[in-house]
Design a protein around this ligand. Structure first.
Ligand SMILES: Nc1ncnc2c1ncn2[C@@H]1O[C@H](COP(=O)(O)OP(=O)(O)OP(=O)(O)O)[C@@H](O)[C@H]1O
Ligand SMILES: [Mg+2]
Length: 237
């Protein structure tokens, strides 16, 4: 049961000829499926960025939003831990850096996002659509574990919640979730909720050919999705 708003987000992006959701749309889609995300707002001017940061309170993250920029950090488009009084200045500096690194990219605005609490283990929850098996969901630990070691597990949807927990136990980096070197174990139920949400997102919305929530910040209690990509393809295309 996809919400009307989720369908509208996807249909509008496709109508505009976009092959993916913008950052703020992606976060909204996650929210609509019950995935916890830090507070955020899209700012289209320096003033709006300052205003948004004031609303959030405390230090924030700034992220460039552009249909042409997929890897924001590669073009200097992500700044974490910006002090409230530095937001206006950092907004300008970020845009200047991105314009230099990605000339010609259309910039929609800057996402102002609440800082996730420290102490997270970063994990990745993804989705792919296989022409034969249909939607499948992926789980792995963030950074080198997924990118370098391909230490991930997969399940074809639909699968029951117990399988979501089993997917976590399957990755070699599972021990990092169990607690190590005095670090407390992670809230696996909160991660299972997100795996189950990813499954529903893939099943409800056939236009999403691929998704990844990278990273999901995993804590001893709870989890937060701070960045997500949804790749869209018109059905039959
Ligand atoms: N709200 C946040 N709170 C704390 N840390 C954050 C937050 N958002 C992002 N980060 C940190 O910054 C990193 C990069 O952010 P993000 O994933 O949004 O950008 P990205 O361009 O997609 O990065 P990449 O292309 O490297 O995946 C994250 O992996 C995370 O470590
Ligand atoms: Mg990311």
């Amino acid at each position: 049961m996809a919400s009307g708003e989720a369908r509208r987000l996807i249909e509008e992006a496709l109508r505009e000829g976009r092959g993916r959701l913008l950052e703020h749309e992606a976060l909204r889609l996650l929210e609509l499926y019950g995935v916890p995300v830090p507070r955020y707002a899209l700012a289209r001017s320096r003033e709006e960025a300052v205003e948004a940061a004031r609303g959030i309170g405390g230090r924030v993250v700034l992220k460039v939003v552009s249909p042409e920029i997929v890897h924001k950090s590669d073009v200097g488009g992500v700044v974490v831990g910006v002090e409230p009084e530095r937001v206006g200045e950092e907004y300008e500096v970020l845009l200047e850096r991105v314009r230099r690194a990605a000339p010609g990219a259309r910039i929609v605005g800057v996402l102002v996002q609440e800082m996730a609490p420290p102490g997270a283990v970063e994990v990745v929850v993804g989705g792919v659509r296989d022409p034969v098996f249909g939607p499948a969901v992926m789980f792995g630990l963030g950074g080198v574990f997924v990118e370098l070691f391909r230490d991930v597990s997969f399940r074809v949807a639909p699968f029951p919640r117990g399988e979501a927990l089993e997917m976590m136990r399957e990755v070699r980096a599972y021990r990092l979730l169990q607690g190590y070197r005095g670090k407390p174990p992670r809230d696996l139920e909160a991660l299972a909720d997100i795996v189950m949400a990813a499954q529903r997102i893939m099943m409800d919305n056939p236009e999403i050919s691929e998704m990844d929530i990278n990273p999901v910040m995993s804590y001893p209690k709870g989890a937060l999705a701070v960045d997500a990509r949804f790749i869209l393809k018109p059905p039959e295309g």
